[in-house]
Design a protein around this ligand. Structure first.
Ligand SMILES: [Zn+2]
Length: 333
């Protein structure tokens, strides 16, 4: 048993309480490798923003769970080396699909886990989420559960059809499951293809596709039912056109990639939404920068030559999100 406290990590309890009160949200950035982790820590240290390092089941298999524990410990030490005196870093399991996986992560130094039984019937979702919460709370690990179904594809999570979270269910669910935060479905979606072109309207000025707005009415109803309770938004990449264009210009093929407009996320961050998940934007920034570099420098074959600009692009993107979308800069001095 490795306690996250010995690794210098923190759970989400205090940072969420502050974020809900302060009207901002904590960034949850997914990572799979060293360059993404470096970029996240550099961005968080530079802006003094609390940060959630998020690992999916697929990423854990990719990176190796033993190595991850040391990467997280290293991330805290690296943050201090960069001059961040009191780093607030969470290591969080994204979309845990079983009690066993959540327990394994808690035993390996994670400070927060998500149990996603949202595809199961209501009672079963409560039962599994409660089992995870009971175990996690023994070790002061915080738990995110999910109610409602998001559309889209992300690692092991895929759903054809979405349905919004039903506000009339949230009190019973959060009380009985004992979860510390609740992921809801209000129109965000996983992946870089969040909406089909036929779901969008066309901006007559630019000719670009405009996605349907988030269901703020549902979000506000949930907020009213659970005053002050931390709410989480998954699938909240904006799929910046500059990175999509960069991918496509240098040999990629990402037609009609569409994300959530940043103005809407900024609006959500001011509400009880206190954790916003961003993964695809990092993938796009990294891939765009690598494609561009290799296309312009066909003789390069040292990975550092193309991973450095990729890391720089991700860092710049993370800083932009922290300052201009989430508003979490300066919240962890
Ligand atoms: Zn997700």
């Amino acid at each position: 048993m490795i306690s996250y406290k010995d690794l210098g990590l923190v759970n989400t309890r205090e940072m969420f309480a502050k974020a809900v009160k302060g009207g901002y949200a904590i960034p949850a950035f997914n990572f799979n490798n060293m360059e993404q982790l470096q970029a996240i820590i550099m961005a968080a240290a530079e802006t003094k923003s609390p940060v959630i390092l998020q690992v999916s089941k697929g990423a854990r298999n990719y990176a190796n769970s033993t190595l991850l524990r040391y990467m997280a410990e290293g991330a805290v030490a690296y943050a201090k080396e960069l001059g961040w005196e009191h780093p607030q870093i969470v290591l969080h399991l994204d979309h845990g699909d079983s009690y066993e996986l959540c327990k394994d992560c808690i035993d390996m130094g994670f400070s927060s886990v998500m149990i996603d039984a949202s595809s199961k019937p209501f009672e079963e979702n409560i039962e599994i989420s409660k089992k995870v919460a009971d175990y996690a709370h023994k070790y002061d690990v915080t738990v995110e559960a999910e109610l409602g179904v998001l559309a889209g594809v992300e690692d092991d999570v895929a759903s054809e059809k979405s349905h919004y979270t039903r506000p009339e269910e949230v009190i019973e669910f959060s009380t009985r499951s004992g979860c510390d935060s609740l992921a809801i479905s209000v129109g965000t979606s996983h992946g870089a293809y969040k909406f089909k072109p036929e779901q969008c309207t066309v901006d007559p000025q630019t000719g670009k596709l405009v996605p349907p707005p988030l269901a703020f009415d549902v979000l506000h109803e949930i907020e009213k039912k659970l005053p002050g309770f931390p709410i989480v938004l998954h699938g909240s990449s904006s799929v910046p056109q500059e990175y999509v264009d960069m991918c496509n210009k240098y040999g990629g093929n990402l037609p009609n990639a569409i994300g959530i407009p940043e103005e809407q996320l900024r609006e959500a961050a001011k509400s009880a939404v206190c954790k916003i998940n961003i993964d695809s934007d990092s993938r796009l920034a990294m891939t765009g920068a690598i494609r561009k570099h290799l296309a312009e420098n066909p003789s390069h074959f040292d990975p550092r030559q193309y991973l450095k600009p990729a890391r720089d692009a991700m860092k710049e993107m993370y800083i932009h999100k922290i300052i201009n979308v989430l508003g979490s800069d300066g919240k962890a001095e």
